[in-house]
Design a protein around this ligand. Structure first.
Ligand code: PLP
Length: 401
């Protein structure tokens, strides 16, 4: 059928989060009556803690159903500022906090507030695909830096990052505790990143979606480095830590001047985030933390099981990252053994033959020239222990047959 309209030119530059496409393929496979082993999406199959759900119900009953201030209720902004001052050594007040309908909206609102067309933006690649999409959609120039294998887990290629800085670089996006690789900065890395940001006068989007998904000890934020509080905007989310992905609540924290502009975006985009959900989020931050700890313990057990099973497959090798709920196994040899050269046909064949659904490197930003190794991304947040065992044993049988 011929349409009477033409889409705006800029739509050509709008990317997607391709994990949702893989989810669609998995759902179609399941609809045909097949068993699916869901390792594709960074969602959780664990319930939001009871005290948080109860706080939401109470807020609804108490009539917290109208608009709030566009930057959120002051009680929640204060609680988040306190949380950051305690865990990241910042000196924020509620004026440094703008509540958002999820962590994701912080990416576009940050870029729209600080990036001019033609500005270069350094972003991690492989990385969360929305960075590349939003930079290009808003006419910035997306300049990748990458992750490298370190001792025990991936780290960031800070030398490469430094080389990629030019006179036109204005913004640096950092996702320490990284989706998809689980990469983590060393203390020296954090210091170097901060020094580079200060030296080149870069504004930093610090995506800390996984700051609290850390199994062995407390995370340290780059915002604690000298000169960083005044140039970082932090993406915070309630999604992962509290198993609240579908509630859609997050926040931007940063210099008051930027937060005020981000608040203006809130007025233009959604007026405010869900009122009663903000009261539930206050309970999440200030209430009982036992069930939050339980979530972390369950995730850690799943990680250990997945890493053991993956490393037991011929041609697969996998680090055990200390943070996030993602694994980034190298499968160069396994793909070669099965005669695959491209990711799409490989993961389609895996789904068709085993029901195991997963993402590949190609879903996390445009692959870089000269990449010699092949990687997959498995999320273990949405799949329980028995299903992991069954799925990865089918994956092993398929790869070794
Ligand atoms: N940043 C990263 C690195 C993520 O992996 C995600 C979600 O998967 C987000 C941000 C956004 O999460 P949400 O919008 O659910 O807060």
């Amino acid at each position: 059928m011929k349409h009477a309209f033409t889409l705006a030119d800029r739509v050509a530059n709008l990317g997607i989060e391709t994990a949702f496409v893989v989810a669609g393929q998995a759902a179609a496979h399941a609809a045909e009556g097949n068993r699916v082993y869901p390792f594709h999406l960074g969602d959780l199959n664990l319930a939001t803690p009871e005290n948080i759900k109860e706080a939401a119900c109470r807020a609804l009953r108490d009539g917290k159903t109208g608009y709030t201030a566009n930057v959120g209720i002051v009680e929640l902004r204060e609680a988040l500022a306190d949380e950051f001052n305690r865990t990241r050594n910042t000196s924020y007040s509620h004026q440094n906090v703008a509540i958002q309908p999820g962590g994701k909206p912080v990416i576009s609102k940050f870029l729209l507030s600080l990036m001019n067309p033609g500005d270069e933006v350094l972003y991690p690649n492989p990385g969360f695909p929305i960075y590349e999409s939003q930079i290009q959609f808003h006419d910035g120039v997306a300049v990748p830096y990458t992750t490298i294998p370190g001792e025990g887990y991936f780290t960031f290629d800070i030398d490469g990052l430094e080389r990629a800085i030019s006179e036109r670089t204005r913004i640096l996006i950092v996702n320490d505790l990284h989706n998809p690789t689980g990469a983590e900065c060393s203390p020296e890395d954090r210091q170097r990143i901060a020094e580079l940001a200060v030296k080149h006068n870069l504004m930093v989007l610090l995506d800390e979606a996984y700051f609290d998904i850390h199994y062995n000890g407390q995370s340290t934020s780059i915002v604690t480095e000298p000169g960083m509080q005044e140039r970082c905007v932090i993406l915070y989310t309630f999604s992962k830590r509290f198993a609240m992905t579908g509630w859609r609540l997050g926040a931007a924290l940063g210099p008051e001047e930027v937060i005020t502009v981000i608040g203006k975006h809130n007025v233009n985009d959604e007026s405010c985030s869900n009122h009663f959900v903000q009261w539930a989020a206050l309970e999440a931050l200030t209430g009982d933390q036992q069930q939050v700890k339980d979530i972390l313990n369950i995730l850690e057990k799943r990680r250990d099981l997945c890493v053991g099973l993956l490393n037991d497959i011929d041609g697969v090798s996998c680090y055990s990252p200390d943070a996030t709920f993602y694994l980034w196994p190298e499968v160069t040899q396994a793909m070669e053994n099965k005669g695959f050269t491209d990711y799409q046909s490989f993961i389609t064949a895996v789904l068709q033959n085993t029901g195991v659904s997963m993402c590949a490197r190609s879903h996390f930003g445009t692959p870089l020239p000269g990449e010699a190794h092949k990687y997959l991304r498995l999320a273990y947040s949405g799949i329980d222990i028995e299903t992991i065992e069954e799925g990865l044993s089918k994956f092993k049988n398929y790869l070794e047959s």
